[in-house]
Write a protein of this length. Structure first.
Length: 466
């Protein structure tokens, strides 16, 4: 017997008892239609658009972003959360065979992987060394060398990342093939992160649908799965470590924290947050075993070349590279006015010191209503506000931890930061400081508004609307 009967006079579909109401059914159909539109947009962005097509790229991303917000708006409860989670994983699978057109980091991944395949330490020499007569390495061609975005600098990728590079180049000999292999690992990590976040939300008695802020976020999908950035592994290991801590598995937590550091070095800055959140015995155990596991991860590559190469790369990061910065750009302008030149070499050191002191203050501060994820969010936010370089994928970690908080300024940030791609043209890259100003002014204003409402025990408009 059909669950539906037609009222021909009023032309409505009336559900039988226990079936969804018409508006609920319409919401479901509209949600699935928006997911279908997201699939189409992800496909076009992943396979058809280059980063030099700035206006088209921003138009497609904007459409995808507002589709994402619409999906969240239509689903204010947990009724479709699992279907939507699997839909978000499907969006990642769409990109499986796409070349990472928005990033050229893949060439350095392949370069390092091929060095390791020949038994050569990736930190031993600068790339130009292997283009000199008598030092050629199989696979390190002139064509690949010309594609490197930092040929005059040592690699900065730690051991776990290097392992993935080596595996990808051992399986396939093409750059696209290596990208597909790396993406398979990233999709697995992303899937793990999404389900871990959902499980942790249950532990904190928070709505499961909060995970969709991360799972469906276009920036997360395009930058991690699409552009192959290793924040995907860092997020997975970091979230898994906290899950283990909540399960009283300190040894496992230490192992996964170390794995996060071996993927990207950023998790080192969140270690101080446990100072006030674990008793002394567990704290010492966590720190000692994390240090031990980090050493074990670094042992396969550990020698003088690693120390010299990585320290050189980190020093350059703080004292030479600059991109999409906030407070640093203001300080740089003051330097130009007073000294007549770029003061990054000295300012970078002081800003790193300010960041360290700020992180320690946040870590030791007694937050009465904040869980550890909220503290991590503020620590990472401070770190990026003080950084001289803030690429779009850097904020994906903040998006992940923000799902445990009432703050949504980082969601706005995930849209605004993508506008930095307007700087890429066929002639190279030229940063538009008006775009940077718009990005940070809007994000900081929303952040202050949300902090103000939080202090008053109220929800911001953004939180209430979604």
């Amino acid at each position: 017997m059909s669950c539906w009967r037609w009222d021909l006079q009023v032309f409505f579909i009336i559900p039988s008892e226990g079936m969804p109401r018409p508006e609920s059914s319409l919401k479901i159909r509209l949600t699935y239609g928006l997911i279908g539109l997201s699939f189409l947009l992800i496909y076009i962005l992943g396979y058809q658009v280059d980063r030099t097509a700035g206006e088209l790229l921003i138009f497609l991303f904007s459409t995808l972003f507002f589709t994402y917000l619409w999906i969240l708006y239509l689903n204010p409860d947990d009724s479709l959360v699992y279907q939507l989670i699997w839909g978000s994983i499907g969006l990642r699978l769409i990109l499986l065979f796409a070349f990472p057109n928005l990033s050229d980091d893949i060439y350095r991944f392949v370069w390092d992987g091929r060095l390791l395949g020949q038994g050569i330490h990736p930190f031993a020499e600068l790339p130009a060394f292997y283009q000199q007569p008598g030092h050629e390495v199989n696979g390190l061609t002139q064509q690949l060398f010309k594609q490197l975005n930092s040929p005059n600098y040592f690699t900065i990728y730690p051991p776990f990342a290097q392992f993935i590079f080596w595996v990808s180049t051992a399986i396939t000999k093409t750059v696209l093939g290596a990208a597909v292999v790396i993406r398979c690992f990233i999709i697995l990590a992303e899937t793990g992160s999404i389900f871990l976040l959902q499980k942790l939300l249950l532990r904190y008695n928070l709505p499961k649908r909060n995970v969709l802020w991360y799972a469906f976020n276009p920036l997360v999908i395009l930058e991690l799965t699409g552009n192959l950035h290793f924040e995907a592994f860092m997020i997975f290991f970091m979230v898994l470590a906290i899950y283990c801590l909540l399960s009283n598995s300190v040894m496992k937590a230490a192992l996964f924290l170390a794995a996060g550091v071996a993927s990207k070095l950023v998790p080192l800055i969140i270690l101080p947050i446990f100072l006030r959140r674990l008793n002394f015995r567990l704290l010492v155990k966590l720190y000692l075993f994390t240090a031990l596991f980090i050493l074990l991860f670094f042992v396969p590559l550990f020698n003088v070349d690693l120390l010299n190469g990585m320290s050189s790369s980190i020093s350059l990061y703080f004292q030479k590279f600059e991109f999409n910065a906030s407070f640093y750009y203001l300080i740089r302008e003051v330097g130009y006015l007073h000294y007549g030149y770029n003061i990054i070499a000295s300012a970078g050191k002081y800003m790193a010191l300010i960041t360290f002191l700020g992180i320690m203050t946040l870590s030791l501060w007694k937050f009465t209503r904040a869980n550890q994820f909220q503290v991590i969010m503020w620590v990472l936010t401070l770190y990026l506000f003080m950084a001289t370089t803030v690429h779009p994928w850097y904020i994906t970690t903040i998006i992940a931890v923000s799902v445990f908080t009432p703050f949504r300024f980082v969601i706005l940030w995930s849209f605004m930061i993508f506008l930095t791609y307007l700087g890429y043209t066929s002639d190279g890259f030229s940063e538009n400081l008006w775009v940077v100003s718009l990005e940070y002014s809007s994000v900081i204003l929303l952040m202050l508004y949300e902090v103000y409402n939080y202090a008053r025990g109220q929800e911001s408009w953004f939180s209430k609307s979604f």
